[in-house]
Design a protein around this ligand. Structure first.
Ligand SMILES: N[C@@H](CCC(=O)N[C@@H](CS)C(=O)NCC(=O)O)C(=O)O
Length: 227
């Protein structure tokens, strides 16, 4: 079996999938799609990824399937990896705990990232002609809203775990990195890009998770600087 990941190093959703692959100990070949030169996307990529977005996962020779499979959308890719390669679970077993982890993940993947992704930022620039400072206000506003919501959820989960007699979390949920962390960490790594100072946001639980996660070898191996 061979796995390829079509990605762009700084893309948050690509980084999410790289962390998931690393946590599961799956080797893959990274194929760089340069989002800064969209017009020069290789033609084959437009065929594999109809929306032209990254990441895209390709698996060849899995479970006797002859043709390679291609999957888009980082959350669908991670859920597929979780089901197909259950080692190092990214989502807990208990139904309520699973829902909590997914709601953390979706705070980033559904509410925050879509407002700040590259094509939205490009559209604000052209044709809307918002200047750099207004674009940066937009970016920082939505990232602040999203991270504050994440912090409130973490605080609620801290109390929930306490009531359940569960130990305090080291990462977003429990003592292993999981789906929520796959979404959170890239967003925090990318946040200062527009001059946002995370230390001023008053999100101590979120920054504690960040610090712990950044020391993890799977996160280090997946960091944009490594590609
Ligand atoms: N919901 C998608 C979002 C993917 C996405 O927005 N990717 C961005 C990079 S972060 C992209 O490929 N943008 C292409 C462009 O803006 O030209 C996912 O989770 O995979």
């Amino acid at each position: 079996m061979a796995i390829r990941l079509y990605h762009f190093p700084q893309s948050g959703p690509s980084f999410r999938v790289r962390i998931a692959l690393a946590l599961k100990g799956l080797n893959y070949e990274p194929i760089r799609i340069d989002l800064m030169k969209r017009e020069s996307h290789p033609e084959y990529y437009e065929v594999l990824s109809p929306d032209g977005l990254v990441p895209l996962l390709e698996i060849t020779g899995d479970e006797n399937k002859e043709a390679p499979i291609h999957l888009g959308q980082s959350m669908a890719i991670i859920e597929f990896l979780e089901e197909r390669f259950p080692q190092q679970a990214l989502i807990p077993q208990d139904a309520l705990h699973r829902a909590h982890v997914r709601s953390l993940a979706q705070t980033i993947a559904c509410d925050l990232h879509p407002l700040n992704n590259l094509r939205v930022m490009r559209y604000l620039s052209r044709p809307l002609e918002l200047d750099a400072s207004t674009r940066s206000d937009w970016y920082n506003h939505w990232i602040t809203e999203g991270l504050k919501a994440y912090e409130k959820r973490l605080d609620g989960l801290r109390l929930f775990r306490n009531r359940q007699g569960l130990p305090p979390s080291i990462y977003s949920w429990g003592d292993t990195l999981g789906l929520a962390d796959c979404c959170l960490i890239p967003q925090l790594v990318n946040a200062p890009r527009m001059g946002l100072e995370l230390a001023k946001l008053n999100i101590p639980l979120t920054l504690g998770v960040f610090e712990n996660a950044m020391a993890h070898s799977a996160v280090q191996a997946s960091h944009p600087d490594r590609f």
